[in-house]
Unconditional design. Structure first.
Length: 131
């Protein structure tokens, strides 16, 4: 089932990159927990509304925001994405280029938990992997 889990996460990411949040939400369980407490300006969010709230606020804090998916890693019930975020702080004007990662937990064909990490090693460790 893990190959299917990677495709579920890929579809969510692709839809989000297109700005199609309706399509992105179809991959999330209605009771999903989005834990972005490890990243600046993050927190823990619940359900589809929580996911929308976090991303609207977080993406809205940037000018010239971009995110490029670098890699998806199959880890059984978990999928790790590694990405590169670029942008300029809307208030500070400071340019940012950073690598980050997320661990997605998939059950019954939907993401039930999505946790953001500021570094790739932290995400890999959380998924039971190493770099």
């Amino acid at each position: 089932m893990s190959k299917e889990n990677v495709e579920i996460v890929r579809r969510i990411i692709d839809a989000a990159h297109r700005g199609d949040w309706k399509a992105a939400m179809t991959g999330y369980d209605p009771a999903v927990v989005l834990d972005q407490s490890r990243v600046p300006g993050g927190g823990v969010y619940h359900g589809h509304e929580g996911v929308r709230e976090f991303y609207a606020r977080w993406i809205g804090a940037w000018d010239d925001f971009g995110i490029e998916l670098k890699r998806l890693i199959d880890a059984g019930d978990h999928v790790v994405d590694i990405n590169e975020v670029t942008g300029k702080g809307r208030d500070s004007g400071v340019p940012v280029k950073m690598q980050s990662a997320n661990v997605w937990t998939v059950e019954r064909g939907r993401v039930v938990r999505h946790v953001g990490y500021p570094t790739v090693p932290e995400a890999l460790e959380a998924a039971g992997l190493s770099e």
